[in-house]
Write a protein that binds this ligand. Sequence first.
Ligand code: SF4
Ligand code: SF4
Length: 104
Amino acid sequence: MPSLRCDVTTCLHNSDKCCCKNTILVEGEKAHAPESTCCSSFDEAREFGGRNEFESKNLALAVECEAVNCRFNDAKRCKAKHITISGGKATDMKDTLCASFEER
Ligand code: SF4
Ligand code: SF4
């Protein structure tokens, strides 16, 4: 279970550049580069009237991942020690990516 930094401050689940969810799902089944991945757990904060005040950051979340070409992917679980999700001003999950993707 990787530690995670997330730069997507427009996401409802972001708190202090950490994620508040218990599990996220990274997509990118055919990805050969970070740009073809995304965090499908993204929800736009604006759509929900702003930040979710009752979630707090989860420093031990699980990362499920469909990017099977990444060297950190083990049976669709991320085995990296640390990952960064990027996409600063994202308004859609497709604007996000796993910056830690490395092709096998
Ligand atoms: S974009 Fe993904 S990793 Fe980042 S806060 Fe949102 S759900 Fe969590
Ligand atoms: S580092 Fe690789 S295995 Fe881990 S979430 Fe990112 S793309 Fe998936």
